[in-house]
Design a protein around this ligand. Sequence first.
Ligand SMILES: Cc1ncc(COP(=O)(O)O)c(C=O)c1O
Length: 392
Amino acid sequence: MPRPIMATISVPAMQHNLQHLVSGLHQQANRLGRPSPKVWAVMKARAYGHGLAQGLAGFSGADGLAMLDLDEAQACREAGWKGPILLLEGFFEPRDIHIVDTQRLTVSVHGEEQLRMLELASPAHPIKVNLKINGGMNRLGFVPGKAHEAWQRLVSLQARGVVGELGTMMHFSRADDDPKITQRQLSGFLELVSGMSGPISVCNSAATLTTGLWAKLPAGRPQWVRPGICLYGASPFAERNAASLGLKPAMTLEARLISVQDCPAGSSVGYGHMFTAEQPTRVGIVACGYADGYPRHAGTGTPVAVAGRTTRLLGRVSMDMLAVDLTDIPEADVGARVVLWGEGGPSVDAVAESAGTVGYELLCALAPRVPRRIIHADNRGSDFQRFQETTE
Ligand SMILES: Cc1ncc(COP(=O)(O)O)c(C=O)c1O
């Protein structure tokens, strides 16, 4: 019998989250009397750990897909995705440009090296480019003093037919927690790109879900938002949970109890004896550990659901097991269902918070050894379904 652990990936939840986001944007756009932004569904890191096939099936209603790796982009094309694909970090070496060209990908151009590579390239089709501005994150992008020169060089490449549609993008560093800094980054960006043209893309999940933020962008220029985490049903905000944002978890991690220990007061549990019982405690051992992707830094008190009831983690997480408190769940015995996060259990964000991290990390870090069960959408048997069977 396989070890009793399983991750369930729900394509319908992903579809719901995209639809929910899009209808919120439409409602705002209608109120403001302006076009709704288009949506790049961000699918990097194999759709935030949910698998490319699931991302494709879940976000087939998006206007475009955004990712990092050329091989992910190629796999999406092979699976039948014909819409736009944005490479968030663009290309890394000259030979990548050939793939960008043949697969008709849109690229971010964030640095001098990429500009030079484009200047030496002669693609068969003009390449769509988003000039990336460094708005204050100081990771990628042209700083304000260099952005105009970069833009002019791209405009020259456009005249030569190397570059096609040209737009601008930026990535907020604190859209999730600091509206003032976000507003300052937005104002700086808008001032900088006022002399440029084409589509604009600045909003991640937090900025997209901040009412009215995208509406501050020039109405006359096409806009693309770039949500990622919210499409998987987790919250980009520390202070607002995903359910209150109308999102449904796309990943549920569950396992079963494989042992139960009755620990007298004074006895300790697990490596390092990080939990010592103050009173007689019924302890359940769950078939899930850090080698499955459960965070080792989650300590005593981290929420977990056993047999449908919320309880707490006890002591230190081991490689293949963790301990939970069953004192108030006497009906739970070996074989009982344990939800570590997702549908029927705590949110991935709540578990992440207990471990001092964010839901993004837990979703992306689900270990390959955990078997996946996919809840398919109605489009079973589509090209994207076949892709899953052959590729993942
Ligand atoms: C450039 C870029 N855009 C959009 C996103 C999506 O961000 P989020 O998952 O917070 O929505 C990311 C993710 O880090 C990113 O790097």
